[in-house]
Design a protein around this ligand. Structure first.
Ligand SMILES: NC(=O)c1ccc[n+]([C@@H]2O[C@H](COP(=O)([O-])OP(=O)(O)OC[C@H]3O[C@@H](n4cnc5c(N)ncnc54)[C@H](O)[C@@H]3O)[C@@H](O)[C@H]2O)c1
Length: 370
């Protein structure tokens, strides 16, 4: 693995430019970041998640960037609020950050959502770039320009579309990421694999029996991020195609909410991917073989595929989905691995019967008729 990492270092980082700003994937990106900052910006200030492993990365970067100051904030979903944004904005004023400055955020998805939103509002908007340290931030949160915070009545209800100037996916950071957080991101990588089919899904299947430390993370992050950038590039403001990225999420949000957030987002998405497969099977869209491949992959990756949360409660929670149109739920369903459709409406009875099946373990595939 060390040899592999050295090879990768020699071959350099991977670049994605689909969204008009660089998404750079690699290990030890300090020099890349320094060059980017030096070529385009004046003063730089670093905002980071105060969690020690993330702070350590920010601190090292500050050295490379020649004495950039580091402002650290304790984060976490409970602190993803307007009150924290105000604290960040006050700190930027105190630091004398000007409109020509670059704000460089360091951390996971909460950092990219919150710091990105703060930068979008500071003096009506200053340049922002993000150094992603969690898998969720690398393959999802930091890409696509959606920033924001939670309100008392729900998650991500206040925010802005604000593209970053660059995203740096610091793969070496994954070494300290707890398994729980890694798994949150893996659910999104599996989702990307089902949408893309082919290489990404095949690689995940091949890698799934191997320990995570042996995985070629830079290539996987690059491939999963590519699925997101290709879709977002076609639909920046979420009016169509971008719905594809909600595969597993309509059920997932319902499960997460009905469990009182006891079930984490990633785990709920994994169960949601099974539910989407079941609904697609039940409405005659999907085939059992691909459904089984998805279930096997999720299981090998240590993700849940069943839940004892009450089916009626999940159904009720699903009705508050933000993506509803004219009062009707719209599902994203697979027709095959690599062929996913969005905007599908289904009758409530079928949806409820899928939810009822989630309490049971997956059934073995039906024997083929001769
Ligand atoms: N804007 C979007 O498009 C979008 C998409 C997906 C998710 N999100 C948001 O992202 C958030 C979830 O992101 P997340 O899972 O990265 O959460 P997070 O930012 O809280 O990170 C998870 C945990 O890992 C820690 N951490 C981060 N990097 C680390 C590292 N390298 N080593 C050790 N610990 C590290 C964090 O301190 C935190 O405790 C949610 O608030 C969600 O709403 C936004």
């Amino acid at each position: 693995v060390v040899a592999q990492e050295e090879d990768r270092h020699l071959s350099g980082p991977l670049y994605n430019d689909d969204l008009g700003y660089p998404i750079v994937v690699g290990s030890g990106l300090g020099d890349e970041i320094a060059t980017f900052v030096r070529e385009r910006y004046g003063p730089v200030v670093i905002l980071c998640d105060a969690n020690p492993p993330v702070y350590a990365i920010a601190h090292r970067l500050a050295g490379v960037l020649q004495n950039a100051s580091v402002l650290a904030f304790p984060l976490g979903e409970k602190r993803k609020r307007l009150s924290t944004v105000e604290r960040v904005l006050d700190a930027l004023v105190a630091e004398g950050v000007e409109r020509t400055s670059l704000v460089l955020g360091v951390g996971g998805g909460i950092a990219s959502d919150l710091f990105g939103f703060a930068a979008a509002t500071y003096m009506r908007g200053v340049a922002y770039a993000h150094v992603a340290t969690s898998l969720v931030a690398m393959v999802d949160a930091a890409i696509g320009g959606k920033t924001g915070v939670d309100l008392r009545r729900g998650k991500n209800l206040a925010g802005a579309f604000a593209d970053p100037k660059a995203v740096f996916c610091e793969i070496s950071a994954l070494r300290t990421l707890p398994y729980r957080s890694l798994r949150e991101g893996l659910a999104e990588v599996v989702k990307a694999g089902i949408i893309e089919g082919d290489d990404l899904f095949d690689s995940l299947e091949e890698l799934s029996p191997h320990p995570f430390w042996q995985w070629p993370w830079a290539e996987l992050v690059y491939a999963a991020a590519k699925v997101k950038t290709m879709i977002v590039a076609d639909d920046r403001l979420e009016s169509g195609m971008r719905e594809l990225l909600n595969l597993g999420h309509t059920f997932g949000h319902g499960i997460e909410q009905a469990s009182g957030y006891r079930i984490t987002h990633g785990a709920a998405v994994a169960i949601g991917l099974r539910a989407a497969g079941l609904l697609a099977l039940q409405t005659g869209r999907f085939n059992e073989r691909d459904h089984l491949r998805v279930l096997t992959l999720l299981t090998l990756l240590g993700m849940p595929t069943r839940t004892t949360v009450d089916a009626d409660a999940i159904f009720a929670a699903m009705q508050t989905d933000k993506k509803k149109r004219a009062g009707t739920l719209r599902f994203v369903l697979p027709r095959a691995i690599g062929d996913v459709e969005y905007g599908v409406t289904c009758n409530d009875r079928t949806v409820r019967s899928v939810l009822a099946r989630l309490a049971r373990p997956p059934e073995p595939p039906r024997a083929r008729r001769r």
